[in-house]
Write a protein that binds this ligand. Structure first.
Ligand code: RB5
Length: 150
């Protein structure tokens, strides 16, 4: 199950992504917003983030105007590694190297064509592990306050 959410700046892109997921038969849960009216993005980021950390959803997709605010908010949820991407390479490598669990994009930055390519590669790429696991563990240690700098 994929968790999806957006503020008004990412609303239209979220609706395009939902059509794509419907077409592929990929199950998702839409955490809003449900209209183009202005809303604050932190609540949406929190709902999608906690849907993942609770185990209800495996990965998430979040959109706002730039993808930045909503990614910053999502990254404050313990256990979330949200990556704000606007190119295909980053969307792929944030799975391979960072084990990102949320892809964030800007509805005012990327077109739907590129965004759907990024969604596809993000959902279909696994984590490489190995030396990248150590680095992800370090990120999470910073979050937990247990990181020891050399
Ligand atoms: C809303 O106008 C806009 O600030 C928001 O969607 C996002 O871009 C914030 O980072």
């Amino acid at each position: 199950m994929i968790a999806i959410g957006a503020d008004h700046g990412g609303y239209e892109l979220k609706e395009e992504i939902k059509k794509y997921l419907d077409g592929k038969g990929i199950e998702y849960k839409d955490y809003g917003t449900y209209s183009p009216e202005s809303v604050d993005y932190a609540a949406i980021a929190y709902k999608v983030g906690t849907a993942i950390t609770s185990g209800e959803c495996e990965r998430g997709i979040l959109c706002c105007g730039t993808g930045i605010g909503i990614s910053m908010a999502a990254n404050k949820v313990k256990g979330i590694r949200a990556a704000c991407c606007s190119d295909y390479f980053s969307a792929k490598f944030t799975r391979l190297h960072n084990d990102a669990n949320i892809l964030c994009m800007g509805g005012r930055v990327v077109g739907a064509g590129l965004a759907l390519e990024m969604v596809e590669v993000f959902l279909n790429t696994g984590f490489e592990g190995g030396r990248h696991q150590r680095r992800v563990d370090q990120i999470m240690a910073i979050q937990d306050g247990t990181f020891e700098a050399e």
